[in-house]
Design a protein around this ligand. Structure first.
Ligand SMILES: [Zn+2]
Length: 289
């Protein structure tokens, strides 16, 4: 991670930088075609600018494209300016923003605000899906959502989630992944581990039996019985507590149907917690990428 920048982009600076649709369009253009226009069909580098919502036509094959084509903002019929506001509002508060609050702030319907947030969170999830954890990795499962009566510890809630975090040499967390799962059985653990943790990594878990087989072959597996006084998985348990507070605080709990979206948002923020004011740009990159 590069040098720490804690300053967030101020409201005033945001309005100054993006006063209207045109400014947003120019900014997005510089992100998407940083070396100039390239036709996605034939590779030609010349285009006509068409009137209306940021459309461009290739001078050679006449293919029409737009700034938002093939991005997560594609065909939403919402002005770019509103998207920029939504991305800014999501990025400037670590507690996130609810669809109700967003709809009031940028004057779109609740349905549109919900849809925008859904797409922003999907961009966050896709961005983080590129990364693989390596080195020393703490791994555990947790349960989110409504409590199941009479259950404690494992299976206290109704939705299982795998949580893994890579650790630095100084034993501080670096990168976090959270994934909803139907169960904590061996094939599910295997699937999560293979997709998210690089072979050769040291993986620390509790002594739950489902972790033994998936980690036996390609990983160094360190397991310990749960002990509240041990440092083993200490960070991971703290992160899980924070994720639950985030979801309960901002979204007042959530149906398990949308849980992955909120977990992806939590992970995206956590993984960029030292980026400060650059979060807005990072999120925009994620939206366009
Ligand atoms: Zn073309």
């Amino acid at each position: 991670m590069s040098k720490r920048t804690r300053k967030t982009l101020s409201f005033y600076k945001f309005v100054e930088r993006f006063p209207n649709e045109e400014a947003c369009r120019e900014y997005l253009y510089s992100f998407k075609w940083k070396d100039g226009f390239v036709c996605p069909v034939c590779g030609n580098q010349h285009c006509y600018t068409l009137k209306g919502f940021g459309r461009y036509q290739c001078t050679k094959c006449r293919h029409q494209t737009s700034l938002t084509a093939n991005t997560i903002m594609h065909s939403t019929h919402l002005p770019l300016h509103k998207w920029f506001w939504a991305i800014y509002l999501v990025s400037c508060d670590k507690r996130g923003i609810s669809a109700l609050a967003l709809s009031g702030k940028i004057e779109v319907s609740y349905k549109s605000a919900w849809y925008m947030l859904k797409r922003i969170r999907e961009a966050m999830r896709m961005r983080d899906a590129h990364y693989t954890l390596c080195g020393v990795v703490e791994l555990d499962d947790s349960y989110f959502g409504a409590k199941i009566k009479g259950n404690r510890g494992r299976k206290a809630g109704n939705q299982g989630v795998f949580v893994a975090v890579s650790m630095s040499k100084e034993h501080t967390p670096i990168y976090l992944k959270m994934q909803v799962t139907d169960n904590i059985q061996i094939p599910s653990v295997q699937n999560f581990v293979t997709n998210n943790i690089a072979p050769g990594s040291t993986v620390q878990t509790d002594s739950f039996r489902s972790y033994i087989k998936p980690l036996a072959k390609n990983y160094i597996h360190e397991s310990e019985d749960f002990n509240p006084n041990s440092k083993h998985l200490k960070w991971l348990h703290q992160i899980i507590a924070n994720a639950k507070a985030f979801i309960n605080g901002t979204y007042h709990g959530t149906s398990t149907k949308h849980l992955q979206m909120y977990l992806s948002e939590f992970c995206f923020r956590f993984n960029r917690r030292s980026f400060g004011g650059k979060i807005f740009d990072r999120l925009l990159v994620a939206m366009v990428g």
